[in-house]
Design a protein around this ligand. Structure first.
Ligand code: ADP
Length: 471
């Protein structure tokens, strides 16, 4: 109505319409007026009302269209938000994986779910750089995967992706994309999206999603999948380099061990007098060399242990272990060592602790690392206490406390990082690798245990481990 009045005012102002009181247009009051004089304003008025009605309808339609558009946009936003949350969950899950296969399996499973498609795959480039192998798949049949590796020289699509292209195929039947389209059709794949797995400039594989519907994957999906691919590539490459690092560490340590052993034996031959008489000064120098070589030997031993633990981490072999049995031989060993160091050591071991799910070597490493540290970092005249006891239902406590040099509060957070040694420890004991506590931490992670450190510089330290025990 307001719109109609507005339109009338506009027409009047433009002198198109001259408004007259309707009363005087009644034929009763127009004895001598002609008929057209009434008709013109009436027609104009009708036209204005119709235009107004038309305008109102148009505005209403456009408002309705806008509302629909708004609803669509808000639905799209909601869907993107849900996808982003799912992506966040996927990244978090991947970050916790330490096994490469598990990591890739989690990535393909999540990607297929988030993208709402039938299947997903990760193909990795083989060392020869010419073939790709399915490293992890979700939703693809064994039949489809049975072809084994793909020679990229014979597969133009895979070759292009490995060179950096994105590949979206809306309708697989539409063009001759594949040498064997019937295999893909048999698998129920109608469209697919494949992106290179890339970290910086290095492309090392292909991430693909496969859909049953043709043209299911639009531009927004490509962008989203691209984000997912980048995250997955980073996680995979990060873990692969970790594994390469520990593999390299183990190899290097092994290679070093043999020549070091040979040098040690040769020096021993000299100090034992097999190569003739040596004077005191020469002997002193050779003993110093032997000491350095022993230190290097310890470093290699720890590096090898750490490497072993890390490669074992992928396939843990755990079985019920009696902690009392593992501890028994250590009591004598460390009593002798403590005596040599001028320390008192006391073992408080509860009898018949229920077995825990572990591995003898892991428990032995855990015990020896912590007890030998306590002895090493406690000056003569000090005391070390070792306790092993059940704690409530389901836990065993292993505690080592000493009255030694202690650890400064600011150093505590770095204790379990590779090669870290505190300044006061370096002053007291020259040899040390800074790897023992890393080994301890990794053992506890594998066994689902925890460790707490309480320490005061100059007064001593207490390391408390808790291990789960299935009661
Ligand atoms: P390492 O003893 O070979 O140096 P570890 O990884 O076992 O390596 O220990 C790392 C560092 O933690 C030690 O160098 C030392 O600074 C500190 N530390 C460990 N145990 C103790 C302890 N009982 N008392 C004081 N400092 C300790």
């Amino acid at each position: 109505m307001r719109l109609a009045l507005g339109a009338l005012t506009v027409l009047e102002n433009a002198k198109i319409l001259t408004l007259q009181p309707i009363l005087f247009q009644n034929p009763r009051f127009l004895p001598s007026r002609e008929y057209p004089d009434v008709l013109v304003p009436f027609l104009v008025c009708t036209a204005v009302i119709m235009i107004s009605a038309f305008l109102i309808t148009t505005v209403k339609i456009s408002l309705r269209v806008r509302a629909r558009e708004l609803l669509r946009v808000s639905q799209e936003l909601e869907a993107s938000n849900a996808k982003l949350n799912a992506l966040h969950a996927m990244v978090k899950e991947m970050a916790l994986k330490t096994d490469l296969q598990e990591l890739m399996d989690a990535a393909v499973r999540s990607a297929a779910k988030i993208m709402g498609v039938k299947a997903c795959s990760i193909k990795l480039l083989e060392d020869d750089q010419n073939s790709l192998r399915f490293a992890s798949t979700y939703g693809l049949s064994e039949d489809y995967l049975s072809k084994g590796t793909i020679d990229i020289r014979k597969s133009p699509i895979n070759r292009k992706i490995i060179q950096g292209s994105r590949y979206v195929i809306g309708q697989i039947d539409a063009k001759d994309y594949f040498a064997y389209p019937e295999d893909i059709r048999k698998e129920g794949i109608a469209s697919m999206l494949c992106l290179p797995l890339r970290v910086e400039k290095k492309i090392f594989g292909i991430f693909c999603v496969y859909s049953r519907e043709p043209y299911q994957l639009g531009e927004a999906d490509v962008d989203f999948f691209s984000l997912m691919t980048d995250f997955s590539a980073l996680a995979i490459e990060n873990l692969r380099s970790e594994l390469t690092k520990s593999w390299f560490m183990m190899k290097a340590a092994h290679q070093l061990r043999a020549p070091l052993g040979a040098i040690y034996s040769m020096l021993k031959m000299v100090t034992d007098g097999y190569l003739g008489v040596i004077n005191a000064k020469q002997e002193e120098t050779i003993r110093r060399c032997q000491k350095r070589i022993e230190m290097l030997g310890n470093l290699i031993k720890d590096l090898l242990r750490l490497g072993e633990k890390r490669s074992e981490a992928a396939k843990p072999v755990l079985y019920p272990v009696s902690l009392n049995k593992v501890m028994m031989p250590l009591v004598d060993l460390y009593q002798t060592q403590a005596l040599e160091h001028g320390l008192e050591i006391k073992f408080d071991i509860q009898d018949n602790i229920p077995p825990i799910l572990a591995n003898n070597r892991l428990i032995d490493d855990l015990f020896t690392n912590l007890i030998s540290n306590a002895i090493k970092y406690t000056p003569r005249g000090g005391r070390v206490d070792v306790t092993l006891a059940g704690e409530g239902p389901g836990w065993v406590r292993f505690e080592v406390s000493d009255t030694g040099i202690g650890i400064a509060a600011e150093d505590k957070s770095r204790l379990f990082t590779e090669f870290f040694r505190t300044e006061n420890a370096k002053k007291l004991v020259e040899e040390g690798t800074g790897l023992g506590l890393v080994i301890v931490k990794e053992i506890l992670e594998r066994l689902g245990g925890t460790i707490q450190v309480q320490s005061k510089i100059g007064s001593g330290s207490q390391f408390t481990c808790r291990l789960p025990s299935p009661s």
